[in-house]
Design a protein around this ligand. Structure first.
Ligand code: HH2
Length: 267
């Protein structure tokens, strides 16, 4: 999953894709490099980010979604606002990626009424304050319980189970130690029975280990989490730099899942 943030303030690609044509070209390049889908967002969720009005978020992302979907790209929309998701789906998005985990009944109803995929992500608190000393008993157990409850809620609302993907929400209301624990014990999230999406790309937990201050210099570090995440059962990787994570996946699969690797060679 390639990341395309149509925002002025995202933590690593903010301001790069404000011109829709530039964004569409970048999305098409991601697909050429091996992305199976492109995640388009119009509001940063980095800690402390300002909220964006529905109309403004739609204005940012709609031309890009139309352009990519029109070219046959599978697009997911990264939003927690039902009004934005509805406009995005009408413009051709086929997946709703909600970092608030479909807590809003309107969002669950929307996913049920359209034939779309639903990415259910865990976040503790709200973006503005989520990194203020987050505390868990056992982070993996709590994240797993949250994801199971939200997935159950979606199914009760009428979403089909095979449209659901879960995501532990790396960096969303978690310390580096919480994030590393989630990555190490990912098989416990995989056991929920849904495909697992991992979003580690360029995040500050990597910096907490390597000391690298520049997010754009963390793609190699991201690729390592992609390989280890695959080995532990994750199946979708949300990344800014597609080629490095594609290579990581090919190598990881060649080692731990040779049959899958051979299938990928045929694609
Ligand atoms: N991370 C970000 C945004 N959306 N969605 C899912 N499902 N999982 C994630 O881990 C995730 C996400 C934050 O990263 P980014 O989009 O690069 O930055 P920003 O929020 O500043 O736009």
């Amino acid at each position: 999953m390639g990341i395309l943030n149509i925002t002025p303030d995202s933590f690593s690609d903010g301001g790069m894709y404000v011109d829709p044509q530039v964004a569409i070209e970048a999305g098409l390049t991601m697909v050429k490099c091996g992305a199976g889908l492109v995640d388009v967002g119009g509001e940063s969720t980095r800690p402390g980010a300002a909220t964006v009005a529905v109309e403004e978020e739609i204005k940012r992302i709609l031309p890009v979604i139309e352009g990519l979907a029109g070219a046959g790209v599978i697009v997911s929309v990264d939003t927690s606002k039902p009004g934005v998701a509805e406009a995005a789906v009408a413009a051709g998005a086929r997946v709703i990626n909600d970092v608030t985990g479909f807590g809003s009944p309107d969002m669950a109803r929307l996913a049920a009424s359209r034939d779309v995929g639903a990415v259910v992500m865990h976040m503790k608190g709200k973006p503005r304050t989520m990194q203020d000393n987050p505390v868990y008993g056992d982070v993996v157990t709590e994240v797993g319980q949250f994801l199971r409850a939200r997935a159950d809620g979606l199914i009760a609302a009428g979403v089909s189970a095979d449209s659901i993907v879960v995501d532990p929400g790396i960096g969303f209301g978690k310390t580096p130690a919480h994030n590393l624990e989630l990555l190490n014990r990912l098989p416990e999230i995989v056991q929920l029975g849904y495909p697992v999406l991992l979003g580690t790309s360029r995040k500050s937990t990597l910096k907490s280990i390597t000391g690298e201050p520049d997010p754009k210099a963390r793609d190699g570090q991201t690729a390592i989490t992609t390989a280890l995440g695959f080995e532990r059962g994750a199946r979708i990787f949300r990344v800014h730099d597609v080629p490095s994570s594609r290579d990581a996946l090919l190598i990881a699969a060649a080692i731990v899942a040779p049959q899958r690797w051979e299938e990928w060679q045929l694609d």
